[in-house]
Design a protein around this ligand. Structure first.
Ligand code: C5P
Length: 230
């Protein structure tokens, strides 16, 4: 008998909603939280969200909203109709304040994307930022909390400092997770499920180690077992 751990979020990075739904069905009760991103959004991602929610599971919509405040507020309000549990937005104060207004009256929790992990200090300087990645991440976590957002997306390597500085209540959702011995693929800064949790992550996002595994249910179960041992 397997028991899902709500701290494990499996990314449905697949080309069609049929493929994603087959994965959800094959994993069954081992996973209770799924992430739908921009790949599935134009392919019926919101209907898939409703279908997964109807089974009692949780959904994280990783749409990384970024627009003028009026549009972010209206988009967030539209997104609340899908009943999702988590939504990402870029961690700029005006964007976050608009999303907080748009989710009013719903149970949707918001996560700020601080600095995308594809940017390093040199790229930020080229774009005109006065801060390097680490300082910008910390500044934006602070601004996220001021705006009333529930947490942030961060690498496991950032999680420890964020948790230490900003306390136990904010959500820290951590991608780039690889079970011991797994192929790291294109991720550069990876952590195991156990080390990410002990560094302060509240949730782990795992994609290919589960969605590309020969036996996704067994791969997810191995992660659930590793989490349970922390
Ligand atoms: O397959 P893998 O485990 O690398 O997938 C990680 C998931 O987390 C993907 O859906 C990816 O888009 C997302 N993600 C990430 N790094 C970030 C933010 C999101 O890998 N900084």
């Amino acid at each position: 008998m397997s028991h899902a751990d709500p701290r494990l979020i499996v990314a449905l990075d697949l080309p069609t909603t049929d493929a994603a739904w087959s994965l959800v069905e094959s994993i069954g009760n081992t996973v209770s939280f799924y992430k739908i991103g921009l790949q599935l959004f134009p392919m019926g991602g919101m209907d898939l969200c409703r279908k997964i929610k109807a089974t009692g599971k949780q959904v994280f919509l990783d749409f990384k909203l970024h627009d003028i405040p009026a549009t972010v507020e209206k988009a967030t309000r539209s997104i609340t109709t899908g009943g999702a549990d988590l939504l990402t937005i870029h961690a700029e104060p005006a964007v976050m304040q608009a999303a907080v207004a748009g989710r009013e009256g719903s149970d949707l929790k918001l996560l700020g994307v601080t600095v995308m992990t594809c940017y390093d200090d040199a790229m930020l300087a080229e774009m005109g930022y006065a801060f390097g990645a680490r300082d910008l991440v910390l500044r934006r976590v602070e601004q996220s909390l001021e705006a009333g957002v529930d947490g942030v997306v961060a690498s496991a390597h950032e999680a420890r400092e964020i948790r230490a500085r900003f306390g136990k209540d904010l959500l820290i959702v951590t991608p780039g997770i690889r079970p011991t011995g797994a192929d790291i693929g294109d991720q550069k800064r990876v952590a195991t499920p156990a080390s990410a949790l002990s560094d302060g992550a509240s949730h782990l996002v795992v994609g290919r180690p589960v969605n590309a595994a020969p036996n996704p249910k067994a791969a997810a179960q191995a992660i659930v077992d590793e989490i349970a041992a922390v």
